[in-house]
Design a protein around this ligand. Structure first.
Ligand SMILES: [Zn+2]
Length: 198
């Protein structure tokens, strides 16, 4: 089977808002006893502190996704520093957790072989590892969520990376993803994947 002796980590970007979608996602993860990672925006943590705390309270990893979702690869080092530092600070002040990873918006400047030097310098200063993803669910594309055509595309991505044994699966905090998450988890299990902790 596609997922035999292979594992996935589930990750969710652009939270903690919308809060209703987040609550749905957290409920599904809790029912399946899955620990996931959330790459949050500092600006949204500021606006929805309780939602950010909910992520941490339920045992998930909270990580840095910048303050305002700019393309960090085209920002000055000073702006990159501001984006990442402010986000580290608000996450720590709000939840007590300190992020150890940065996933740059759009993956810009974060892919191996194409790492943005300013981003790398700032990430190093803040002890952040730059990460991207292995599987892009494209849950943000119309029709949003994880419907049949997305599942086919995801299956193809797994097939194209046959020698890989662990995969980070990118999703977003949004209502359609929250709606489709239970069936997506069932699909991953049907393919034979183990759902691993981040
Ligand atoms: Zn994003």
């Amino acid at each position: 089977m596609l997922g035999d002796e292979k594992s996935v980590v589930l990750s969710f970007d652009d939270g903690p808002a919308p809060v209703t979608a987040l609550e749905d996602i957290l409920g599904t993860l809790q029912r399946h006893e899955i620990r996931a990672e959330f790459y949050v925006l500092g600006s949204e943590v500021k606006q929805y502190p309780e939602a950010a705390r909910m992520i941490v309270r339920q045992g998930h990893d909270i990580q840095n996704h910048s303050w305002g979702h700019p393309n960090l690869a085209t920002e000055t080092e000073q702006n990159v520093r501001w984006e990442l530092e402010q986000t580290q600070d608000i996450i720590h002040a709000t939840t007590g957790a300190t992020p150890t990873k940065i996933r740059p918006p759009y993956g810009a400047g974060g892919f191996r072989g194409n790492i943005d030097p300013e981003l790398l310098a700032v990430a190093d200063d803040l002890s952040l590892t730059i990460v991207t993803w292995d599987i892009d669910t494209e849950d943000w594309k119309a029709p949003r969520g994880l419907g049949p055509e997305k599942i086919r595309n995801i299956e193809t991505q797994f097939t194209q990376q046959q020698r890989k044994v662990s995969f980070n699966v990118l999703m977003h905090v949004q209502q359609a993803t929250a709606r489709d998450l239970p069936s997506f988890i069932a699909q991953l299990k049907e393919w034979g994947f183990t759902i691993a902790e981040p």
